[in-house]
Design a protein around this ligand. Structure first.
Ligand SMILES: O=CC(=O)O
Length: 329
C-alpha cells in the first residue's frame, strides 16, 4: 500500500495536503478509518490518485496549501464527501462540487471565538505596540534609548467590521466591551443588530479609524480593500485582517504602509502564504502572524472530534454534523 499501513476493510479517507489534525486523527481513529496519504508517496499526486484512490469516497483537506481542482476531482470517481478542516472554503470549487453532487463538511462555527479573539489581539497590538514594545525590551534598547514611541488608545475608537457574520459579530461584541463604536459593511443589513450599516465600503472606511476584515474570500470580495478604501480610511487608519489575504490588495497595502499613508496593520493572512512581503518586517506599526487565528489547543481538540464525527456520520449514512450547504457563496 503506497500510503503506508494496511487497515483491512476500514473506510478509506483520502488525505490531501497536511491538515493540522491529521496526527491526532490518526492516533485516535486509525481503528475507524484508513487514511490514504499521497504525501507519503513518491508518485506525482494525480498518478497516486489514479493508482490508489479510485475507491475513496471521502476526502480530508486542510483550509490552505492545496486547491481542490477539477483535475484532482477527475481522478476520484467514487468521491462523495469532502471534509475540510477550515471555516473558509475558498480552496474548494463549490460549483464544481455541486455539479458532481459531492457533499461538504466544514469547521462551521468551531473557530468563531478564537478568530475574534485574535482579531482584537492584533488590533490592540498594533495600537498599543505590544510586539514593538516586546522587541524594545528584549533587544536591550530600553536602557540606552529610554523613550518608546506612543501608542494609540483603543477605547472609544470607531471600528468598522467588514463582514458581520458569526466572526464579525463576535469581534463587535468584544470591542463594545472596550467602549468602541462599531459600524459595519456586509452583504446584507442585519436588522437584529444595533450597529450602523454601510452598504458602501468606502463610506464605512471614511467613518472609521480601523477596519477589521472578517469576511470570506469570494469573487466579490477579492481585492475589495483596494486603494480607494485605504484612501477613505485615511493616513492614520488601521487594517486588521483575519479573513483571507486576497481580500486586500496587498501590494497597495504594503506600499501605503511603507510610505506612511496608513496608520498600521495587523495581519494574520496574506495573499501568497506562507510568503509575506519582507518590506513589512521592519515596520513597528505592523503586526504579523502566521495564519493562526483558528489554531488553539482547544480548537484542534474540537476539530479532531468534529472531523471524526462527520466521517462517522457519512459512512453510516447519517446527516453530516456540520454540512456546508450554501454552494452559492
Ligand atoms: O483560516 C482558517 C479557516 O478558514 O478556518
Amino acid at each position: 500500500m503506497a500510503s503506508g499501513g494496511h487497515s483491512g476493510d476500514l473506510p478509506e479517507v483520502l488525505v490531501l495536503g497536511f491538515p493540522w489534525v491529521l496526527p491526532s486523527l490518526e492516533s485516535q481513529f486509525s481503528n475507524r478509518f484508513q487514511f490514504l496519504k499521497p504525501s507519503n508517496s513518491d508518485l506525482p499526486l494525480l498518478q497516486f490518485l489514479s493508482s490508489f484512490a479510485q475507491s475513496a469516497r471521502a476526502l480530508l483537506i486542510p483550509g490552505g496549501g492545496i486547491q481542490l481542482t477539477s483535475a484532482i476531482l477527475d481522478c476520484l470517481p467514487a468521491l462523495k464527501l469532502v471534509v475540510t478542516t477550515s471555516s473558509g472554503l475558498d480552496h474548494l470549487d463549490l460549483p464544481e462540487l455541486r455539479r458532481r453532487e459531492i457533499a461538504i463538511a466544514y469547521a462551521g462555527n468551531l473557530f468563531t471565538q478564537d478568530v475574534a479573539d485574535l482579531a482584537v489581539g492584533l488590533l490592540i497590538d498594533v495600537l498599543r505596540k505590544v510586539s514593538a514594545g516586546d522587541r524594545f525590551v528584549k533587544q536591550g534598547i530600553w536602557p540606552s534609548k529610554r523613550k518608546f514611541s506612543l501608542g494609540l488608545k483603543l477605547s472609544g475608537k470607531q471600528i468598522g467590521i467588514v463582514g458581520l457574520g458569526k466572526i464579525g459579530t463576535e469581534v463587535a461584541k468584544r470591542l463594545e466591551g472596550f467602549g468602541c463604536k462599531i459600524s459595519y459593511n456586509s452583504r446584507t443589513k442585519k436588522p437584529t443588530l444595533p450597529y450602523p450599516f454601510y452598504s458602501d465600503l468606502h463610506e464605512l472606511a471614511a467613518n472609521c479609524e480601523a477596519l477589521i476584515i472578517c469576511c470570506g474570500l469570494t469573487a466579490e470580495t477579492r481585492h475589495m480593500i483596494d486603494r480607494d478604501v485605504m484612501v477613505a480610511l485615511g493616513r492614520d487608519g488601521v487594517i486588521v485582517n483575519v479573513g483571507r489575504g486576497a481580500i486586500v490588495d496587498e501590494t497597495e497595502l504594503v506600499r501605503r504602509l511603507i510610505q506612511g499613508e496608513l496608520g498600521g496593520a495587523g495581519l494574520d493572512v496574506f495573499e501568497n502564504e506562507p510568503e509575506v512581503p519582507k518590506e513589512l518586517f521592519n515596520l513597528d506599526n505592523v503586526v504579523l502572524s502566521p495564519h493562526v487565528a483558528v489554531l488553539t489547543t482547544e480548537s484542534m481538540v474540537g476539530l479532531t472530534q468534529l472531523v471524526a464525527e462527520n466521517l462517522e456520520a457519512f459512512f453510516s449514512n447519517k446527516p453530516l454534523v456540520t454540512p456546508f450547504e450554501d454552494y452559492s457563496s
